[in-house]
Design a protein around this ligand. Sequence first.
Ligand SMILES: C[S@@+](CC[C@H](N)C(=O)[O-])C[C@H]1O[C@@H](n2cnc3c(N)ncnc32)[C@H](O)[C@@H]1O
Length: 210
Amino acid sequence: MSGTLSMELEEKDYEFCGHPLRITMFKGASLGVSSYVWGPGVILCRYFEAMKIDFTGKKVLELGSGTGIVGILAVLLGGDVTMTDRPYVLKQIEYNIVANVPPSHRHHTKISALAWGSDQDKFQPDFDVILGSDLVYSPTQFPGLLQTLRYFCQDKTIIYLCSDVKYREGSAKFHNEMVPEQFNSEVIHTSGSSCVFKLTRKIPGNSTSF
Ligand SMILES: C[S@@+](CC[C@H](N)C(=O)[O-])C[C@H]1O[C@@H](n2cnc3c(N)ncnc32)[C@H](O)[C@@H]1O
């Protein structure tokens, strides 16, 4: 069931990998794009479900978490997950963690402010997995996003990005031209106009992806 709790909160129900999720969007809090569950977020969750992805033992970082739907699923699939976004979005993420992650698992979650291109140095680049859904829509943000992804992408790191490559401004150019200059990148899943990309570190002088 989905519904409106008040003028300010709207909730939507999902189920992935047998985990029911009730995601609340702070519609009255002027969070802009952060107060929606975007299609690429749902597609990335469905991809994890289809591939039976298990994050047990993995240190996971989510960029631009928004409502937190993807990061919360990653916790429920076993990960130690740091969910990040701009400072004013963190309360919404916290609300959804409390609503969806059992108390026994909450110590596997962290919430931090992380603005792309400026805050990454405050974190250790020791994550196994980086997640990002619907991050690629504003070309002015691309250099900062790429800088952040480069910082976190170590030899062992796998980055999963899910983007709409047709309807989001600059997204096709970002994924087809900008990303391959700096990362190995492949499309591992397509749904409508959205794709799930898997990025890994590009070793200088080695042009072979996989
Ligand atoms: C379109 S929303 C996607 C939210 C969520 N990942 C989803 O799929 O539903 C993009 C998110 O990226 C965040 N974001 C955009 N630019 C950012 C930046 N420069 N630094 C940090 N976060 C940013 C926004 O605050 C927003 O929560």
